[in-house]
Design a protein around this ligand. Structure first.
Ligand code: 3PG
Length: 307
């Protein structure tokens, strides 16, 4: 019997697991659950007997791929697949997919939650500022960026987007101002919200020169990946500009230094929270389960990212 593993260090909401179970068992497959594991070896062991695996930010290393003797497909229930070793998967003929768009609204809402929290001085009782009328730059206009833009319009922000992979027309059609260069985006916007993936081109790409273009009272919002930030640059900009603020969904490696030196000017979630809603878990989990069933039964490779 085809076995499908859910391997989540950060578990889905129970309701999402129940929905996934229904889809998997209705297809005649068996569901295996590995949640809140602490050792990589637990994932290696669990994957050794299954045909398919659903993961979140869980690390799928070459060891995991080689431990999966029968493994045919890995579905990352979410957008970013920088946690999956695509080369190792491709070499072994394992299909890797993501579920684009399924958790995007949850991430966008968190971006706003953090922006309001920072604008209101971390709710410490002192006078803060409003988002209405402020400039917001969306760095990469993908699924999350689009939701952020929609919400920003509701807040009355002046919204700009930069994305070299998206046509100017589609940005303008959404009523968002199009910006031609990344430098122009940072120069124009008091708030910049990052929605770029973490890859060889983007890692450490958010550097001092870029951040220093931002106007006075700048806030950088990161619901993307900590790896896209050059942390030395982040420290430098905080040291040189007392107006600069940073909110991030997941702590940077330099968190201890921030706590020591820059209190009140940053907020970091203790664990990646962007997609942690029942709705996002259900949407991404159901999509992942359906994609596995369609792949095993019909060979459907829509959403494959290692083609
Ligand atoms: C994603 O890439 O989909 C988001 O960062 C969510 O990641 P998570 O499933 O680990 O919360």
């Amino acid at each position: 019997m085809t076995k499908v593993l859910i391997a989540t260090d950060k578990p889905f909401a129970k309701i999402a697991v129940d929905e996934i179970r229904k889809i998997i068992t209705n297809a005649g497959f068996e569901l295996v659950l590995l949640e809140k594991y602490t050792q990589a070896s637990e994932l290696n062991d669990a994957v050794s007997e299954v045909d398919a695996v659903i993961i979140r930010s869980d690390l799928v290393t070459p060891e995991v791929i080689s431990a999966g003797k029968n493994l045919k497909i890995v579905v990352r229930a979410g957008a970013g697949y920088d946690n999956v070793d695509l080369k190792a998967a491709s070499e072994k003929g394992v299909v890797v997919m993501n579920t684009p768009g399924q958790n995007s609204n949850a991430v966008a809402e968190l971006a706003f939650g953090m922006m309001v929290y920072m604008a209101r001085s971390l709710f410490n009782g002192t006078s803060g500022t409003e988002l209405r009328g402020k400039t917001l730059g969306i760095h990469a206009y993908g699924n999350v960026g689009k939701y952020v833009a929609q919400i920003a319009k509701g807040f009355g922000m002046d919204v700009y987007a930069f994305d070299p992979f998206i046509s100017k027309e589609s940005i303008l059609n959404d009523g968002i101002k199009h910006i031609e260069t990344v430098e122009e985006l940072y120069k124009t916007c008091q708030y910049v919200s990052l929605h770029i993936p973490a890859n060889a081109q983007t890692k450490k790409s958010i550097n001092f020169d870029l951040l220093n273009l931002m106007p006075k009272g700048a806030t950088l919002v990161n619901t993307a990946r900590k790896e896209v930030i050059c942390e030395d640059s982040l420290i430098k900009i905080f040291e040189e500009r007392s107006d600069f603020k940073y909110v991030s969904d997941v702590e940077p490696d330099c968190k201890a230094l921030f706590s020591e030196k820059f209190s009140g000017r940053f907020y970091f979630t203790p664990k990646k929270m962007g997609a942690q809603t029942s709705e996002a878990n259900i949407n991404a989990g159901i999509a992942a389960a359906n994609q596995i069933v369609q792949f095993i039964k019909n060979g459907d490779t829509t959403y494959q990212v290692n083609k």
